[in-house]
Design a protein around this ligand. Structure first.
Ligand SMILES: [Zn+2]
Length: 99
């Protein structure tokens, strides 16, 4: 197994394959965006699509820390909902396609 695309989750600090993690980027106006296609420019961080990791990231201000800036955090609930929507459903689609 290649280790090339391993990234660390900012929440639980576990390394995982890049494809299992969500990339989040900070936009120039200091907003946080979920980078579904992993193609947005800018500084990125990775997080598991896991409610616990997202909870940790919000609670411990981990987003500020990784981006070394005070970012305008999205509403936690909205953020999580869009992760569910964009990432989980998409991944299910990809997995079905590969079968
Ligand atoms: Zn995690």
């Amino acid at each position: 197994m290649k280790k090339k695309f391993q990234r660390t989750c900012i929440g639980c600090k576990k390394t995982s394959d890049k494809s299992n993690l969500i990339r989040i980027v900070k936009t120039p106006d200091r907003n946080i965006k979920i980078d579904v296609d992993k193609k947005l420019p800018g500084r990125g961080a990775y997080i598991c699509p896991n409610p616990n990791c997202i909870e940790l990231a919000f609670k411990n201000r981990l987003l500020d820390k990784v981006f070394k800036d005070e970012v305008l955090k999205p509403n936690k609930r909205d953020f999580f909902e869009s992760i569910k929507e964009k990432f989980w459903e998409r991944n299910i689609l990809i997995q079905n396609k590969q079968k």
